[in-house]
Design a protein around this ligand. Structure first.
Ligand code: MTE
Ligand code: MO
Length: 198
């Protein structure tokens, strides 16, 4: 984010087509909010990788911590500017897993049974985070605590809450919403909402 004073034009350019600005962070999920404590939480890395492993809370906190301040775009047409997260960069987690050369996709698995998929390349973008804080506080249960993924450049359904496992695959494996008609790529600036959009 630059220090220059924002102009109407630069702010407007940050709103993807068909979106409107909100000032809250609406809670959206399947209606099951699994209550996992930091103590019992762990993250499994599995699939086409050299180093399958489970990372517990203590080990997770020892990894390099990174802030991401990002605009969030939900497919239900709301955009919220500058949401502040703290966590571990996805690419640092991938480095621990050491994917096989043919591993090109990931599926994120959540404690509520939710899944979502993306190319490994998308997951490894600099701004993709495994977040455990929101605005300097422990990530609240309703927003996916203890740990959720944040993928700012995709619609928010790609940002799995209550993350418990990351599976690496050679082929793409569509997730919960992706098999129910949502777009596989989900780029808000291309307005890729449904699989029937280009
Ligand atoms: N585990 C899990 N993650 C999820 C979902 C879900 O139902 N379960 N819903 C997704 C959708 S559709 C959205 S819009 C965002 C909402 O995140 P929020 O409730 O923190 O705003 O979470 C995404 N991640
Ligand atoms: Mo959503």
């Amino acid at each position: 984010m630059s220090n220059e004073k924002p102009t109407l034009q630069t702010l407007a350019a940050r709103i993807p087509p068909g979106q409107r600005i909100v000032h809250n962070l609406p809670v959206l999920d399947l209606g099951i909010q699994p209550n996992i404590s930091q103590k019992t939480w762990s993250l499994q890395l599995a699939g086409a990788i050299e180093a399958p492993q489970t990372i517990d809370w203590q080990a997770f906190l020892k990894l390099p911590q990174q802030e991401v301040i990002a605009d969030i775009h939900c497919v239900t047409h709301w955009t919220r500017f500058e949401v502040a997260w703290l966590g571990v960069a996805a690419k640092d987690i991938v480095a621990l897993a050491r994917p096989h050369p043919k591993a090109k996709f990931v599926v994120l698995h959540s404690a509520d049974g939710y899944t979502t998929n993306m190319p490994l390349e998308v997951f490894m973008d600099d701004d993709v985070l495994l977040a455990h804080q929101l605005y300097g506080e422990d990530l609240p249960l309703e927003h996916g605590g203890p740990v959720r993924v944040v993928v700012p450049k995709r619609y928010f359904w790609k940002s799995a809450k209550w993350l418990t496992a990351i599976h690496f695959h050679h082929t793409d494996q569509p997730g919960y919403w992706e098999v129910r008609g949502y777009h596989n790529e989900a780029d808000p600036f291309k307005e890729q909402r449904y699989s029937t959009d280009d």
